[in-house]
Design a protein around this ligand. Structure first.
Ligand code: UDP
Ligand code: MG
Length: 250
């Protein structure tokens, strides 16, 4: 894997005020990056000037690419578009609201040396008490139902070897199950503590109840997928006739 080739993907929904400080933070964090680098912002149908702010940032930083949905499609769709556009061998995702620190990107990429996916775990999470509790319940239920051990699936700060994302079919809400889905594809997943910062500008896009119910209902889909998963890596023997072998090797 060429670790020097990096695509950073950031979903943005009404994050206008966060664009400039985020781009500054990314530039600082990746100053010493020698290889290929692209920063893919996916504007998920923002109505607050996010697109204009991104275009302004792009004028000074040509490595910024912008994809835009005309209407809000949700965080999974935004990430899925980023995955499709990514050209680096390594993909890092983070939130566009400055709650994740771009300074952690190089460390996460380094950790891919021994695995395929690195999931951040927000240690001292800077969200309301209620949000932390509901997220803990959701994570516990998800892990119980899918037989997994992902501590903080809601942490967008993650690093991936891109080959594991190729051809991945995602549905609305599935970003919460990415580590579980990628394990099904054979990915080695590790979890590492990352920092977390309070949201200073803009508002969270999720209410507690809608997220909790949707997240809990989706668990059954992933449970079903895991139970019925067809492992295409299973040992497979193909027995051809000698005539066919002669035909394909000549
Ligand atoms: N986001 C998005 N589309 C959505 C909802 C959220 O692109 O429909 C983005 C949002 O702009 C942010 C990230 O996903 O960059 C996480 O959203 P948010 O900060 O609201 O989630 P929270 O931190 O409250 O869990
Ligand atoms: Mg946030």
């Amino acid at each position: 894997m060429d670790k020097a080739s990096l695509s950073v993907i950031i979903p943005m929904y009404n994050e206008a005020e966060n664009v400039a400080p985020l781009v500054e933070g990314l530039k600082r964090a990746l100053e010493g990056w020698h290889g290929f680098l692209e920063i893919i912002f996916v504007d998920d149908g923002s109505t607050d000037g996010t697109l204009e702010a991104l275009k302004r940032a792009q004028e000074c930083e040509p490595r910024i690419r912008i994809a835009r949905f005309g209407t809000n499609q949700g965080q999974t769709a935004a990430l899925a578009v980023g995955f499709r556009l990514a050209r680096g061998s390594v993909v890092v995702t983070l939130d566009g609201d400055l709650q994740n620190d771009p300074a952690e990107i190089p460390r996460l990429v380094e950790l891919l040396d021994g695995c395929d996916v690195v999931c951040g775990v927000r240690l001292r999470r800077q969200d309301s008490w209620w949000k932390r509790v509901s997220s803990r319940i959701a994570n516990a239920f998800r892990n119980w139902a899918t037989g997994d051990n992902i501590i903080d699936t809601g942490c967008t700060l993650k690093a991936y070897r891109r080959e594991y994302l190729e051809g991945l079919e995602l549905y609305r809400g599935m970003h919460r199950f990415l580590p579980t889905l990628l394990k099904m594809r054979g990915a080695r997943v590790i979890q590492v503590p990352v920092s977390h910062r309070p949201r200073l500008h803009g508002r969270t896009k999720y209410g507690t109840w809608d997220r909790l119910w949707k997240g809990l209902a989706d668990v059954w889909a992933v449970r079903w997928m895991k139970k019925n998963h067809i492992d295409t890596r299973a040992t497979l023997e193909l027995i051809e006739s000698p005539a066919e072998l002669r035909r394909t090797t000549s």
